[in-house]
Design a protein around this ligand. Structure first.
Ligand SMILES: CC(=O)N[C@H]1[C@@H](OP(=O)(O)OP(=O)(O)OC[C@H]2O[C@@H](n3ccc(=O)[nH]c3=O)[C@H](O)[C@@H]2O)O[C@H](CO)[C@@H](O)[C@@H]1O
Length: 381
């Protein structure tokens, strides 16, 4: 009977901390909800006071939050470890009360309590690792979960005791199916780019990067008399007010606290400048935006450099070391791309190709929830 399709599935998704750990969860949730003939109910679990409190309800899902500390805290202090244990026990109770069939964790410490709760409640778990070098939270999650989905084959080495499948990175549908040409004019108008102006978007990851922002604002000042370039700078909510005030006399730059429509960013920009977090890199390589990537130098295992290097090798991006991030060097890198229509066209015209990573993960979750037939039906559709 276990192969019989059921009509409903209840999924808990642990996702939080930064965009890189939230959007893959939202992408898989989108794919799950599209499963024909199955009523999928989804609850998200994250940390109090983090970005998920904005992004998850905005996407229409219920979010449960717990007090959790970063992993340095778990290692370093008994109080943090006992807080995680308490949050895990609480999640186990919620799993039983809600009737959760399967748990998905996207990495980052906010997803730890629900993965621990699943282990305590005896519910099957799957986790996803989007970086080439597994993060700390996921190495701990993997000791609690039998299965790991990885974006990069080389990440599998970090999970020798698990069932591992290489699935790529789940992208949101608006980016997975992006038609850059169709959206280009609307996107550019939204950012205030006039016809003929090159649009350069600077975005230091989901939380923003003070260093990238300050360098970009200084470039805006250097370019104040150029009317052929429009700069958009995502400053992050904490630095937004100061960043806007610093350039209020300039007409060539738009400062924003957060970029709600990354599909518009990728469709409208001629050059993208950013950190090289796993999601950003997966998105850029999928849509083919000419980019300058400045790896965050303190990322675990220097994984942002590995992420960026993969794109540099494919000719989609240039890399600028954080230590070399000066206004002059940023100007040179961006100007090189603005001034090379041929290079831009090559990268821009790369076909995006299918991204079925979210569907692959959704199908694995359906199988774990005993809905093998539903998973097969989607694959064969
Ligand atoms: C400082 C830190 O620990 N960063 C990590 C964090 O990156 P972080 O979450 O900052 O960066 P990622 O590139 O992985 O993901 C950012 C995501 O947020 C979206 N976005 C970003 C900005 C914005 O204004 N609007 C928006 O929607 C992007 O399109 C992307 O989907 O998790 C990644 C995945 O483990 C890691 O590789 C990074 O090292």
């Amino acid at each position: 009977m276990t192969n019989e399709p059921r009509s409903s599935l209840r999924v808990a998704i642990g996702a939080g901390g930064t965009g890189g750990h939230i959007y893959p969860g939202l992408a898989v949730a989108e794919a799950l909800r599209e499963t024909p003939d199955v009523n999928v109910q989804i609850d998200f679990f994250g940390a109090r006071g983090r970005l998920e409190e904005t992004l998850v309800p905005a996407a229409g899902y219920r979010l449960h939050t717990a007090e959790v500390d970063g992993l340095t805290g778990v290692r370093g202090s008994a109080r943090a470890a006992s807080r995680l244990a308490r949050a895990g026990a609480h999640c186990a109770r919620q799993i039983r009360e809600l009737g959760v069939d399967v748990v998905f964790g996207t990495g980052g410490y906010p997803s730890l309590p629900i993965v621990l709760g699943a282990r305590l409640a005896g519910v099957p778990t799957l986790i996803h690792e989007s970086n080439a070098v597994p993060g700390r939270a996921n190495r701990l999650s993997a000791s609690l979960s039998a299965r790991v989905a990885v974006a990069f084959p080389e990440a599998a080495r970090g999970f020798t005791r698990n069932e591992v499948r290489v699935v790529g990175t789940p992208l949101m549908a608006d980016i997975a199916g992006l038609d850059r040409r169709a959206l280009r004019d609307e996107a550019r108008a939204g950012f205030g780019a006039a016809p003929g102006q090159a649009l350069v978007v600077v975005c230091g990851g989901s939380l923003g990067s003070r260093r990238l922002t300050d360098t970009a604002l200084s470039l805006a000042r250097r370019w104040r008399y150029r009317n052929d370039v429009r700069l958009v700078v995502k400053a992050g909510s904490e630095h937004f007010a100061a960043a806007s005030a610093a350039v209020e006399d300039l007409g060539n730059v738009l400062v924003l606290p957060y970029l709600d429509r990354m599909d518009h960013v990728y469709a409208g920009s001629d050059v993208f400048v950013g950190r090289s977090g796993a999601m950003t890199v997966a998105e850029i390589s999928h849509v083919g935006v000419p980019s300058v990537l400045v790896p965050y130098p303190h990322a675990i295992g220097d994984h942002q450099r590995h992420n960026a290097q993969a794109l540099v090798t494919r000719g989609v991006a240039r890399m600028l070391e954080d230590g070399e991030l000066t206004t002059a060097n940023l100007e040179r890198s961006v100007q090189d791309l603005i001034g090379s229509p041929a290079e831009r066209a090559t990268t821009t015209d790369l076909p995006a190709g299918p991204n079925d990573s979210a569907r692959t993960v959704a199908n694995w979750l359906l199988q774990l929830g005993g809905l093998q037939a539903a998973a097969r039906e989607v694959v064969n559709a």
